[in-house]
Design a binder for this molecule. Sequence first.
Ligand code: MD3
Ligand code: FE
Length: 203
Amino acid sequence: SREPITEGAVLLRAFAAGEVRELMQAIDAVIAQAPLRHMQTPGGFRMSVAMSNCGQYGWVTDRRGYRYQHEDPLSGHPWPGMPAAFTQLAARAAQEAGFANFTPDACLVNRYEPGARMSLHQDKNELDMAQPIVSVSLGLPATFMFGGMERSERPRRMRLESGDVVVWGGPARLLFHGVDILAEGEHPLTGRCRYNLTFRCAR
Ligand code: MD3
Ligand code: FE
């Protein structure tokens, strides 16, 4: 099903539900090469979400700031390539939301364990804001929050379940958003975790 969330944002409920096992296998291969890690914010805080990347560029944060880079800072090697199943899923979802020819060069892998959260922020490290972001939720359900163009705007809340895909483009591309504290739970394919893949065009 295709549900508009707000202008520019579309929820494709269960769009990837039939691929969760395959996507998790691909994630396991990525994180075997580029392990999940808790990065530091520029302010010196440890993020509760563990992250890795695949594709031409990866999103990183440390004391020096937020940025995309071609190499994993842990190994000094390029990030693992983007699995074909990822590229194809992202392009199909973007297409379904009205964005033709979406070819992401970056995929951020987020892992939430119970208690982890992501505070309200904007994704603005990408070069071309005309390109959407495609987000895929896997495993435990989460409460996603999205507000307006100012942090002060009170966010709306939305439950995202395993296999749900959201495409954020146009006027929704720079909305403040975040994820509420993950509740305890156990999922047959991900265990005590929620994974989120976000596909972006970084450069
Ligand atoms: C709305 N991740 O990695 S995905 C992130 O579930 C991030 O892990 C969350 O926010 C997660 O930056 C949310 C949904 C999402 C992604 C990008 C957006 C929503 C967005 C960009 C603009 C507006
Ligand atoms: Fe974000």
